[in-house]
Design a protein. Sequence first.
Length: 260
Amino acid sequence: MEVVIVPTERVGSVGADIVGSLVRRRPESVLGLATGSSPVAMYADLIRRHRDGELSFADVRAFTLDEYVGLPADHPQRYRNVIARDFTDHVDLAPNAVHGPDGLAADIAAACTAYEQAIEDAGGVDLQVLGIGTDGHVAFNEPGSSLASRTRIKTLTRQTRLDNARFFGDDVEQVPVHCLTQGIGTIMEARHLLLLATGRAKAEAIHQLVEGPVSAMWPGTVLQFHRHVTVVVDDAAASRLQLADYYRDTLADKPAWQQH
Ligand SMILES: N[C@@H]1[C@@H](O)[C@H](O)[C@@H](COP(=O)(O)O)O[C@@H]1O
């Protein structure tokens, strides 16, 4: 696991460097996209690079991580609409190249199976962007999630609903109770995981993720078993890391030829 600690304003551009170098190297890449506030600066940077003619997503396919169950198709907080607004509508991804779990499916279980199949049919995810919840959840895999789980329905914790109430007029009762989420087992099959986090509220979750014992109580900790993980955090999110100085030294002394 590589831990990259940078000033807050650089988290987005470091993430965009990683996505950009993959897409230039492999234009037909499969990207896993996260919603939430953590990757917004990175998406803005990627949009700018696209507008400057540096990057094309014309051959990229994308899969989102999760979705609320039951939000109307035109609801602004439906993750399909969020990712379009934050990123995909502003670059040259082909129509129908962006996929997400169907939170309005009549048969939820069948929709989850179909989503897993779609990812597999695309050849799997090359680079999965991730945020992390204050309680350590990745995608919507809440504490207690099976570390081998696949795409399925989950019940959101009160904490996650409180955290996300800011997107629903600060009214927690408006936040759906259920969601569909890629499982931890699904996420772990992506070839490279890029996790972004900023702010003091994420410091404990980042400490657990990088340095804690692997436990379903902090679902992100399973990333310690993945072969290629890059964690990009600002100083506040890094403030509880016991080995922060070592991670900084490692980055400063990184061989020029080595990629993230
Ligand atoms: N389902 C999303 C996650 O995919 C996201 O990574 C996390 C952190 O959100 P944010 O980036 O807004 O802090 O919680 C949300 O509930």
